[in-house]
Write a protein that binds this ligand. Structure first.
Ligand SMILES: NC(=O)c1ccc[n+]([C@@H]2O[C@H](COP(=O)([O-])OP(=O)(O)OC[C@H]3O[C@@H](n4cnc5c(N)ncnc54)[C@H](OP(=O)(O)O)[C@@H]3O)[C@@H](O)[C@H]2O)c1
Length: 310
């Protein structure tokens, strides 16, 4: 019998209780899941999301892994009390949702939907949008989410450039990597999608200099993390016309404060951190599989590299 602590914001347990119990059962794991620590030394696994009140992992002396419910682990990866292996969430449901959000927002800008939808006066503007093959989309981050989005965009026939830390080869995607690989990617990008994790290296990546590398009027989509962009530089680039539009799902402060200039900027679209989310049914199977692996002495899936920060 393994003992699992479910530590997450109130309300999530109701969503996860049935799928997690079922997934563990299907994986052949006899488990007791608790939502209060009781005897922390007796806990074998911690299923974790920030906001559940757990910040000190020291008492979990017997825990074999901390299994994050979220894909982004920036708020926990640097926690000095966390010495147990940390795994992030790679979930098929999360990926599907992100592909839909990214392709939807890319198509909005590619097809110029705003021109027709926002028109308040009769207009007969017969500008036909270019084909996707004539539009270049850059996806920064080619991990679980970035790669899936890049592939979906390529399937729609966009010309897709990708950027990652290490060299990656993704069929149909023009892949670049490392600091020197960023400029050629941005210089060609009509639409840029940020799907990078927040780390010390990516913090403020999209600053005034990087924005100046973009073609005039490029569109920025940020469903990654708010800290990836320098907000003041993005606003300045919008006002200067360097950026044609910014569609932002994530922010340095969430909820985005009511007086933040992003809310009222005519060329900014704010979505309230809803690009995608971990889906309990599929995520429960990922957690159960990692518990099964650990119990069988097999390597954990999606283990976070603490030094890298993701
Ligand atoms: N808005 C939302 O609703 C939502 C939902 C879920 C996740 N997210 C965000 O999406 C992010 C990405 O998720 P994921 O599952 O795709 O992450 P992932 O699988 O860890 O992939 C991260 C990608 O970013 C690249 N990268 C990291 N640091 C870099 C650097 N310094 N320079 C260049 N590339 C770098 C990695 O390069 P390598 O391939 O070389 O390692 C990898 O390709 C999460 O961290 C989270 O912040 C947002």
């Amino acid at each position: 019998m393994v003992r699992i602590l479910f530590s997450a914001p109130p309300g999530l347990w109701a969503e996860y209780r049935a799928p997690l119990t079922r997934a563990l059962d299907e994986a052949g794991i006899k488990a007791e899941i608790v939502t209060g620590t009781g005897d922390p030394a007796a806990i074998d696994y911690v299923v974790f999301a920030p906001g559940g009140g757990l910040s000190d992992f020291t008492p979990f002396t017997g825990a074999k892994a901390v299994l994050s419910l979220w894909a982004g682990v920036e708020t926990v990866v640097g926690n000095p009390t966390l010495t147990q292996p940390l795994c992030r969430m790679v979930d098929a449901g999360l990926e599907e949702g992100m592909v839909e959000w990214v392709t939807g927002h890319v198509l909005r800008h590619h097809l110029g939907f705003d021109r027709d939808i926002c028109a308040t006066e009769p207009h007969w503007d017969q500008r036909v949008p270019p084909l996707a093959r004539d539009r270049t989309v850059a996806v920064l981050g080619l991990g679980a989410l970035g790669r899936a989005c890049a592939e979906a965009l390529a399937a729609l026939r966009f010309r897709v450039l990708g950027w990652s830390r290490n060299p990656r080869a993704v069929p149909g995607i023009d892949c670049h990597h490392g600091a020197e690989g960023l400029r050629p990617v941005l210089e060609q990008a009509g639409i840029v999608v940020l799907l990078l994790p927040r780390t010390p290296e990516t913090e403020g990546l999209i600053d005034a200099e990087r924005l100046s590398w973009l073609p005039e009027g490029a569109v920025l989509l940020n469903p990654g993390r708010g800290a990836l962009i320098d907000e003041a530089a993005v606003l300045a680039a919008l006002d200067a016309g360097r950026l044609g539009h910014a569609t932002l799902d994530v922010f340095r402060t969430e909820p985005l404060p009511p007086d933040h200039p992003f809310w009222r900027h005519p060329r900014v679209t704010v979505t309230p951190h809803v690009a995608s989310e971990t889906r309990p049914a599929s995520a429960a199977r990922v957690i159960a599989e990692n518990v099964r692996r650990a119990e069988a002495g097999e390597p954990l899936l999606f283990r976070v590299d603490r030094a890298r920060g993701y």
